[in-house]
Ligand binder design. Structure first.
Ligand SMILES: Nc1ncnc2c1ncn2[C@@H]1O[C@H](COP(=O)(O)OP(=O)(O)OP(=O)(O)O)[C@@H](O)[C@H]1O
Length: 295
């Protein structure tokens, strides 16, 4: 297969079938610091246009990765979809309804796990279930917690606290917690970024296995080309900031279930990898050059 730049922004409307999440002309400006005090302390800054006119459609049951140079606005984009941040202009939709804030239809997995340190594994997960489904019977809540602990392979660790767990196990709790509220979409912000290479590989395989079982929509930010190619159906490549845009969306055609050992036997694997490497190194080089010029 040839590497496709499937959608350029103006074509989205025409191709939007079975769309679950839809961004239309989304821009995000972080207001600068003005005022006398900021000028005095040398902290004055002008407004920063992080995202510029982003339109994107994400279809049901797709695994979509977002990749781009450091600081381009990936987390900002994800937090707008999560409803944790608002777009300065444009609109964000889920199943035809505008996203106006966070909701249980979207489960979030953070790089730093964001677990309650004083709660055990099962308490952390149950807390999420109780909060989202306060009227659910205790038995049902416990069953959901048990099922999700089983799903992520944490049996035996139920009574442990986060400080007693490895990074990989903590992230399993983060994933189980996000899945326990039965979200329609899983949003993951560099979920494996803090893990060593081996643990990262194990957890990628786990995510692939879980995704095969559940096939729900996932939007994941990653810095890893290999990770994106292993897990994704589509890879959204962003340009550098300020005013970051979507440069290109790559389709990843490999059959599932996927196996990291055999993935590079597909000729298109190397084409896609090279395309992503070229994009990232071009954008990163431009960021570095502009830093040097500004210094
Ligand atoms: N609350 C904020 N106020 C001002 N600027 C912000 C704020 N949050 C993010 N930014 C800026 O917006 C830009 C995009 O940030 P963001 O964290 O979304 O990028 P990213 O692509 O996720 O970065 P990384 O790859 O390093 O995780 C950065 O220049 C960042 O400094």
């Amino acid at each position: 297969m040839t590497v496709s730049s499937r959608y350029q922004s103006s074509e989205y409307e025409a191709l939007a079938t079975d769309v679950q999440v839809s961004l239309r002309h989304v821009s995000k400006v972080f207001p600068g610091k003005r005022g006398l005090l900021n000028r005095w302390t040398g902290k004055a800054r002008s407004d920063y246009l992080a995202l510029d006119d982003i339109s994107l459609d994400i279809q049901h049951n797709k695994f979509v990765s977002i990749i781009g140079p450091s600081g381009c606005g990936k987390s900002t984009l994800l937090s707008i979809i999560a409803g944790l941040s608002t777009a300065t202009s444009g609109s964000v939709w889920m199943d035809g309804k505008p996203i106006l804030g966070p909701g249980p239809d979207r489960g979030m997995v953070f790089q730093n796990y964001a677990l309650m340190p004083w709660m055990t594994v099962e308490e952390n997960i149950r807390f999420a279930v109780e909060t989202v489904y306060p009227k659910m019977s205790l038995t049902r809540q416990k069953n959901i917690v048990r099922e999700n602990i089983q799903l992520v392979g944490l049996n035996g660790a139920e009574k442990k606290h986060p400080h007693e767990l490895s990074g990989g196990m903590r992230q399993r709790v983060g994933i189980a917690r996000a899945l326990s509220i039965s979200p329609q979409i899983l949003l993951m912000d560099e979920p494996f970024g803090a893990l060593d290479a081996l643990t990262r590989g194990f957890l990628q395989d786990e995510i692939e296995r879980i995704w095969e079982q559940q096939r729900q929509t996932v939007i994941m930010i990653t810095h890893s080309i290999e990770e994106a190619l292993l897990l994704s159906d589509e890879i959204v490549m962003m340009t550098r900031g300020p005013a970051a845009k979507i440069a290109q969306i790559l389709e990843v055609p490999f059959p599932r279930p996927r196996n990291r050992e055999t993935l590079d036997q597909y000729p298109s694997y190397h084409e896609l990898k090279a395309e992503m490497e070229r994009h990232l190194s071009r954008e990163t080089r431009a960021v570095e050059e502009s830093r040097v010029q500004a210094a």
